[in-house]
Design a protein. Structure first.
Length: 366
Protein backbone atom coordinates (compact mmCIF):
# COMPACT_ATOMS: atom_id res chain seq x y z
CA UNK A 1 0.00 0.00 0.00
CA UNK A 2 1.37 3.44 -0.96
CA UNK A 3 2.49 5.63 1.92
CA UNK A 4 1.59 8.81 0.05
CA UNK A 5 -1.45 7.70 -1.94
CA UNK A 6 -3.47 10.66 -0.65
CA UNK A 7 -1.70 14.04 -0.69
CA UNK A 8 -1.12 15.21 2.90
CA UNK A 9 -1.98 18.72 4.08
CA UNK A 10 0.85 21.10 3.19
CA UNK A 11 2.78 22.31 6.24
CA UNK A 12 5.76 24.05 4.72
CA UNK A 13 8.01 26.05 7.01
CA UNK A 14 9.58 28.76 4.88
CA UNK A 15 13.06 29.93 5.66
CA UNK A 16 14.04 33.54 5.16
CA UNK A 17 16.93 34.49 2.90
CA UNK A 18 18.61 37.80 3.72
CA UNK A 19 21.18 39.40 1.41
CA UNK A 20 24.04 41.49 2.81
CA UNK A 21 25.19 43.77 0.01
CA UNK A 22 25.86 41.88 -3.23
CA UNK A 23 28.36 39.30 -2.06
CA UNK A 24 26.87 37.42 0.92
CA UNK A 25 23.56 36.00 2.03
CA UNK A 26 22.16 34.43 5.18
CA UNK A 27 19.55 31.69 5.61
CA UNK A 28 17.81 32.60 8.89
CA UNK A 29 15.82 29.45 9.60
CA UNK A 30 18.23 26.86 8.24
CA UNK A 31 20.42 24.58 10.29
CA UNK A 32 23.49 26.67 9.35
CA UNK A 33 22.50 30.34 9.66
CA UNK A 34 25.95 31.85 9.13
CA UNK A 35 26.61 34.35 6.39
CA UNK A 36 27.76 32.69 3.18
CA UNK A 37 29.95 34.51 0.64
CA UNK A 38 29.72 34.26 -3.11
CA UNK A 39 33.14 33.61 -4.65
CA UNK A 40 34.94 36.77 -5.77
CA UNK A 41 34.13 37.63 -9.36
CA UNK A 42 30.92 35.58 -9.48
CA UNK A 43 27.65 37.08 -10.70
CA UNK A 44 25.04 36.03 -8.11
CA UNK A 45 21.43 35.42 -9.13
CA UNK A 46 18.59 34.62 -6.73
CA UNK A 47 15.71 32.22 -7.39
CA UNK A 48 12.89 30.95 -5.19
CA UNK A 49 11.03 28.52 -7.47
CA UNK A 50 7.76 26.72 -6.94
CA UNK A 51 9.20 23.58 -8.56
CA UNK A 52 12.72 22.13 -8.28
CA UNK A 53 14.00 19.77 -10.98
CA UNK A 54 16.47 17.23 -9.58
CA UNK A 55 17.77 16.81 -12.19
CA UNK A 56 17.87 16.74 -15.98
CA UNK A 57 21.67 17.02 -15.78
CA UNK A 58 22.47 14.07 -13.51
CA UNK A 59 20.94 11.26 -11.46
CA UNK A 60 20.64 12.86 -8.02
CA UNK A 61 18.61 10.00 -6.46
CA UNK A 62 21.21 7.42 -7.54
CA UNK A 63 24.44 9.27 -6.72
CA UNK A 64 23.82 12.54 -4.87
CA UNK A 65 21.01 11.79 -2.45
CA UNK A 66 22.98 12.71 0.68
CA UNK A 67 23.89 16.06 -0.87
CA UNK A 68 20.24 16.72 -1.76
CA UNK A 69 19.08 15.94 1.78
CA UNK A 70 21.73 18.22 3.26
CA UNK A 71 20.53 21.05 1.01
CA UNK A 72 16.89 20.34 1.84
CA UNK A 73 17.69 20.67 5.53
CA UNK A 74 19.66 23.88 4.91
CA UNK A 75 16.86 25.34 2.81
CA UNK A 76 18.87 26.37 -0.24
CA UNK A 77 21.56 25.35 -2.69
CA UNK A 78 23.74 26.98 -5.28
CA UNK A 79 24.13 26.12 -8.95
CA UNK A 80 26.77 27.27 -11.39
CA UNK A 81 25.73 27.99 -14.94
CA UNK A 82 27.22 25.09 -16.97
CA UNK A 83 27.80 27.48 -19.88
CA UNK A 84 29.23 30.37 -17.84
CA UNK A 85 31.27 29.21 -14.85
CA UNK A 86 31.38 32.73 -13.38
CA UNK A 87 27.60 32.93 -13.06
CA UNK A 88 26.17 31.31 -9.96
CA UNK A 89 22.59 31.08 -8.71
CA UNK A 90 21.35 30.88 -5.16
CA UNK A 91 18.23 28.72 -5.21
CA UNK A 92 16.07 29.06 -2.09
CA UNK A 93 13.57 26.31 -1.25
CA UNK A 94 11.38 28.80 0.65
CA UNK A 95 8.55 28.72 -1.90
CA UNK A 96 9.25 25.25 -3.27
CA UNK A 97 6.23 22.98 -3.14
CA UNK A 98 7.27 20.16 -5.48
CA UNK A 99 10.46 18.27 -6.32
CA UNK A 100 10.64 16.43 -9.64
CA UNK A 101 13.27 13.69 -9.46
CA UNK A 102 14.81 12.21 -12.61
CA UNK A 103 16.46 8.82 -12.21
CA UNK A 104 17.39 5.50 -13.75
CA UNK A 105 18.21 3.89 -10.41
CA UNK A 106 16.65 5.61 -7.37
CA UNK A 107 17.10 2.67 -5.00
CA UNK A 108 19.68 4.45 -2.76
CA UNK A 109 17.26 7.36 -2.35
CA UNK A 110 14.24 5.42 -1.10
CA UNK A 111 15.15 5.71 2.62
CA UNK A 112 14.96 9.52 2.32
CA UNK A 113 11.41 9.75 0.96
CA UNK A 114 9.67 9.82 4.34
CA UNK A 115 11.81 12.75 5.49
CA UNK A 116 11.02 14.70 2.31
CA UNK A 117 7.30 13.99 2.75
CA UNK A 118 7.49 15.16 6.37
CA UNK A 119 8.45 18.67 5.17
CA UNK A 120 5.01 18.93 3.53
CA UNK A 121 6.46 19.09 0.03
CA UNK A 122 5.25 16.86 -2.77
CA UNK A 123 7.37 14.99 -5.28
CA UNK A 124 7.23 12.62 -8.20
CA UNK A 125 9.73 10.65 -10.27
CA UNK A 126 10.61 10.59 -13.94
CA UNK A 127 11.98 7.04 -14.00
CA UNK A 128 13.83 6.06 -17.17
CA UNK A 129 13.78 2.33 -17.72
CA UNK A 130 15.07 0.96 -21.04
CA UNK A 131 16.15 -2.51 -22.12
CA UNK A 132 19.54 -1.85 -23.74
CA UNK A 133 21.62 -4.36 -21.75
CA UNK A 134 22.63 -6.44 -24.79
CA UNK A 135 23.92 -3.35 -26.62
CA UNK A 136 25.88 -1.91 -23.68
CA UNK A 137 24.29 1.51 -24.13
CA UNK A 138 23.86 2.04 -20.36
CA UNK A 139 26.98 0.38 -18.91
CA UNK A 140 26.82 1.86 -15.42
CA UNK A 141 23.32 0.68 -14.57
CA UNK A 142 22.35 -2.30 -12.43
CA UNK A 143 20.67 -5.25 -14.11
CA UNK A 144 17.27 -4.78 -15.73
CA UNK A 145 15.82 -7.17 -13.16
CA UNK A 146 16.99 -4.95 -10.28
CA UNK A 147 15.70 -1.79 -11.93
CA UNK A 148 12.28 -3.36 -12.49
CA UNK A 149 12.19 -4.39 -8.85
CA UNK A 150 13.10 -0.86 -7.73
CA UNK A 151 10.42 0.65 -9.97
CA UNK A 152 7.77 -1.56 -8.41
CA UNK A 153 9.01 -0.91 -4.87
CA UNK A 154 8.98 2.84 -5.47
CA UNK A 155 5.44 2.74 -6.86
CA UNK A 156 4.26 0.61 -3.93
CA UNK A 157 5.77 3.19 -1.56
CA UNK A 158 4.58 6.48 -3.06
CA UNK A 159 1.79 5.49 -5.47
CA UNK A 160 1.74 4.81 -9.23
CA UNK A 161 0.70 8.38 -10.07
CA UNK A 162 4.07 9.60 -8.75
CA UNK A 163 6.23 7.25 -10.85
CA UNK A 164 6.28 8.06 -14.56
CA UNK A 165 7.87 5.47 -16.81
CA UNK A 166 10.19 6.95 -19.40
CA UNK A 167 11.36 4.77 -22.27
CA UNK A 168 13.87 7.02 -23.94
CA UNK A 169 15.71 7.63 -26.06
CA UNK A 170 14.58 5.20 -28.76
CA UNK A 171 17.55 4.37 -31.01
CA UNK A 172 17.55 2.31 -34.19
CA UNK A 173 20.27 0.73 -36.30
CA UNK A 174 22.53 -2.25 -35.89
CA UNK A 175 20.56 -4.88 -33.99
CA UNK A 176 17.92 -2.36 -32.91
CA UNK A 177 15.08 -2.58 -35.42
CA UNK A 178 11.64 -1.12 -34.77
CA UNK A 179 10.37 -4.66 -34.19
CA UNK A 180 13.11 -5.33 -31.62
CA UNK A 181 12.32 -2.12 -29.76
CA UNK A 182 8.59 -2.87 -29.72
CA UNK A 183 9.18 -6.42 -28.46
CA UNK A 184 11.25 -5.08 -25.56
CA UNK A 185 8.79 -2.29 -24.76
CA UNK A 186 6.01 -4.88 -24.68
CA UNK A 187 7.88 -6.98 -22.12
CA UNK A 188 8.52 -3.92 -19.98
CA UNK A 189 4.94 -2.70 -20.29
CA UNK A 190 3.49 -5.99 -19.13
CA UNK A 191 5.64 -5.75 -16.01
CA UNK A 192 5.31 -2.04 -15.30
CA UNK A 193 1.81 -1.01 -16.32
CA UNK A 194 0.27 -1.94 -12.93
CA UNK A 195 2.82 0.34 -11.24
CA UNK A 196 2.45 3.58 -13.19
CA UNK A 197 -0.15 5.68 -14.97
CA UNK A 198 1.92 7.07 -17.84
CA UNK A 199 4.56 6.05 -20.40
CA UNK A 200 6.64 8.84 -21.93
CA UNK A 201 8.90 8.05 -24.87
CA UNK A 202 11.18 10.03 -27.16
CA UNK A 203 13.55 9.50 -30.05
CA UNK A 204 17.27 10.03 -29.79
CA UNK A 205 18.55 13.53 -30.60
CA UNK A 206 21.78 13.17 -32.52
CA UNK A 207 23.73 15.99 -30.98
CA UNK A 208 27.32 16.03 -32.22
CA UNK A 209 28.66 14.46 -29.02
CA UNK A 210 25.84 11.90 -28.87
CA UNK A 211 26.26 10.90 -32.51
CA UNK A 212 30.02 10.48 -32.13
CA UNK A 213 29.66 8.32 -29.00
CA UNK A 214 26.94 6.10 -30.50
CA UNK A 215 28.82 5.59 -33.74
CA UNK A 216 31.99 4.64 -31.91
CA UNK A 217 29.99 1.80 -30.38
CA UNK A 218 28.19 0.91 -33.63
CA UNK A 219 28.39 3.06 -36.77
CA UNK A 220 24.85 1.92 -37.68
CA UNK A 221 23.16 3.61 -34.70
CA UNK A 222 20.94 6.52 -35.72
CA UNK A 223 17.74 8.40 -34.98
CA UNK A 224 14.51 6.92 -36.36
CA UNK A 225 13.14 8.43 -39.55
CA UNK A 226 9.71 10.10 -39.44
CA UNK A 227 8.15 6.92 -40.83
CA UNK A 228 9.91 4.81 -38.19
CA UNK A 229 8.75 7.22 -35.47
CA UNK A 230 5.14 6.70 -36.59
CA UNK A 231 5.67 2.94 -36.80
CA UNK A 232 7.02 2.86 -33.26
CA UNK A 233 4.22 5.08 -31.99
CA UNK A 234 1.53 2.93 -33.63
CA UNK A 235 3.15 -0.15 -32.19
CA UNK A 236 3.32 1.28 -28.67
CA UNK A 237 -0.33 2.36 -28.84
CA UNK A 238 -1.35 -1.14 -29.95
CA UNK A 239 0.73 -2.83 -27.25
CA UNK A 240 -0.66 -0.52 -24.59
CA UNK A 241 -4.18 -1.74 -25.33
CA UNK A 242 -3.12 -5.26 -24.34
CA UNK A 243 -1.21 -4.48 -21.14
CA UNK A 244 -2.70 -5.27 -17.68
CA UNK A 245 -3.33 -1.55 -17.13
CA UNK A 246 -3.76 0.84 -20.01
CA UNK A 247 -1.37 3.79 -19.71
CA UNK A 248 -1.51 7.40 -20.78
CA UNK A 249 0.98 7.78 -23.65
CA UNK A 250 3.04 10.88 -24.38
CA UNK A 251 6.18 11.98 -26.20
CA UNK A 252 8.87 14.20 -24.69
CA UNK A 253 10.02 17.29 -26.65
CA UNK A 254 9.13 15.81 -30.04
CA UNK A 255 7.87 17.91 -32.91
CA UNK A 256 6.00 15.06 -34.59
CA UNK A 257 2.21 15.08 -34.12
CA UNK A 258 0.95 11.68 -32.92
CA UNK A 259 -2.36 12.87 -31.52
CA UNK A 260 -4.31 10.73 -33.99
CA UNK A 261 -2.91 7.71 -32.11
CA UNK A 262 -3.98 9.09 -28.74
CA UNK A 263 -0.41 10.12 -27.92
CA UNK A 264 -0.02 13.68 -26.66
CA UNK A 265 2.96 15.96 -26.08
CA UNK A 266 4.17 15.60 -22.52
CA UNK A 267 5.00 18.10 -19.81
CA UNK A 268 7.62 16.42 -17.64
CA UNK A 269 7.30 19.36 -15.23
CA UNK A 270 3.53 19.06 -15.30
CA UNK A 271 1.17 21.70 -13.92
CA UNK A 272 -1.82 19.34 -14.08
CA UNK A 273 -0.09 16.62 -12.03
CA UNK A 274 1.33 19.18 -9.60
CA UNK A 275 -2.11 20.65 -8.93
CA UNK A 276 -3.43 17.12 -8.45
CA UNK A 277 -0.70 16.38 -5.88
CA UNK A 278 -1.28 19.68 -4.04
CA UNK A 279 -5.07 20.12 -3.93
CA UNK A 280 -5.03 22.14 -0.69
CA UNK A 281 -1.97 24.28 -1.41
CA UNK A 282 -3.23 27.80 -2.11
CA UNK A 283 0.03 28.95 -3.69
CA UNK A 284 0.13 26.04 -6.14
CA UNK A 285 -3.52 26.34 -7.03
CA UNK A 286 -3.23 30.10 -7.58
CA UNK A 287 -0.01 30.07 -9.63
CA UNK A 288 -0.84 27.03 -11.75
CA UNK A 289 -4.58 27.50 -12.21
CA UNK A 290 -5.70 27.40 -15.86
CA UNK A 291 -6.22 30.90 -17.19
CA UNK A 292 -8.91 31.99 -19.59
CA UNK A 293 -7.77 32.88 -23.10
CA UNK A 294 -9.98 35.57 -24.57
CA UNK A 295 -11.41 35.21 -28.05
CA UNK A 296 -12.74 37.75 -30.52
CA UNK A 297 -15.75 35.48 -30.91
CA UNK A 298 -18.32 35.54 -28.07
CA UNK A 299 -18.46 32.31 -26.09
CA UNK A 300 -15.23 30.95 -27.62
CA UNK A 301 -12.90 31.59 -24.68
CA UNK A 302 -10.63 28.64 -23.83
CA UNK A 303 -8.59 27.54 -20.82
CA UNK A 304 -4.83 28.00 -21.12
CA UNK A 305 -2.40 26.00 -19.02
CA UNK A 306 0.47 27.44 -16.99
CA UNK A 307 3.29 29.25 -18.76
CA UNK A 308 6.00 27.35 -20.64
CA UNK A 309 9.61 27.13 -19.45
CA UNK A 310 11.40 29.33 -21.99
CA UNK A 311 14.75 27.84 -21.00
CA UNK A 312 13.90 24.48 -22.57
CA UNK A 313 13.76 23.29 -26.18
CA UNK A 314 11.04 24.62 -28.45
CA UNK A 315 9.07 21.35 -28.45
CA UNK A 316 9.28 20.98 -24.66
CA UNK A 317 5.98 21.59 -22.86
CA UNK A 318 7.33 21.86 -19.31
CA UNK A 319 6.27 24.65 -17.00
CA UNK A 320 9.05 26.68 -15.30
CA UNK A 321 11.27 25.05 -12.69
CA UNK A 322 14.84 25.38 -11.46
CA UNK A 323 17.30 22.57 -12.01
CA UNK A 324 19.83 21.99 -9.24
CA UNK A 325 22.03 19.38 -10.90
CA UNK A 326 25.41 19.60 -12.60
CA UNK A 327 26.93 18.19 -15.77
CA UNK A 328 29.81 15.72 -15.60
CA UNK A 329 28.53 14.11 -12.41
CA UNK A 330 26.67 10.94 -13.47
CA UNK A 331 28.56 7.61 -13.62
CA UNK A 332 25.81 5.69 -15.40
CA UNK A 333 27.95 6.52 -18.46
CA UNK A 334 25.08 6.09 -20.90
CA UNK A 335 26.55 6.22 -24.39
CA UNK A 336 23.84 8.58 -25.68
CA UNK A 337 24.20 11.05 -22.76
CA UNK A 338 24.58 14.75 -23.59
CA UNK A 339 25.44 15.82 -20.02
CA UNK A 340 28.91 14.25 -19.62
CA UNK A 341 31.99 15.50 -21.45
CA UNK A 342 33.97 12.38 -20.66
CA UNK A 343 34.26 9.50 -18.22
CA UNK A 344 37.47 11.04 -16.89
CA UNK A 345 35.72 14.34 -16.06
CA UNK A 346 32.97 12.50 -14.19
CA UNK A 347 35.39 10.40 -12.15
CA UNK A 348 37.46 13.47 -11.24
CA UNK A 349 34.36 15.36 -10.09
CA UNK A 350 33.07 12.44 -8.01
CA UNK A 351 36.47 12.12 -6.34
CA UNK A 352 36.27 15.79 -5.35
CA UNK A 353 32.77 15.19 -3.97
CA UNK A 354 33.96 12.28 -1.84
CA UNK A 355 36.69 14.46 -0.34
CA UNK A 356 34.11 16.86 1.13
CA UNK A 357 31.12 16.12 3.36
CA UNK A 358 27.75 16.60 1.57
CA UNK A 359 26.59 19.24 4.07
CA UNK A 360 29.66 21.33 3.27
CA UNK A 361 28.88 21.53 -0.46
CA UNK A 362 26.32 24.16 -1.37
CA UNK A 363 26.78 23.37 -5.08
CA UNK A 364 26.46 19.76 -6.13
CA UNK A 365 30.06 19.86 -7.36
CA UNK A 366 32.69 21.52 -5.14
Amino acid sequence: MALFASPPQQTIHDEQIVFHGTNTFQSINSSSPSRTPFPRGFLPMFHSPLVISASRATDIPAFHGEWFMARLRAGFCRRRNPFNSRQESLISFARTRVFVFWSKHPSPFLPHLAEIAATGRQFYFQYTLNAYEAEGLEPGLPSLCRRLETFKRLADTIGPQRVIWRCDPLIVGGGLSTDTLLERIDRLGRELSPYTEKLVFSFVDMYRKTAAALQRLDPAYRAPTADEMRELARGIATLNAGWPHRLELATCAEGIDLSALGIHKNKCIDDVLIRRLCPQDALVQAELAPRRQLSLLPGMETAASASKDTGQRTACGCIPSKDIGAYDSCPHFCVYCYANRSEQAVRANLLRCRQQQPEMRECLLP
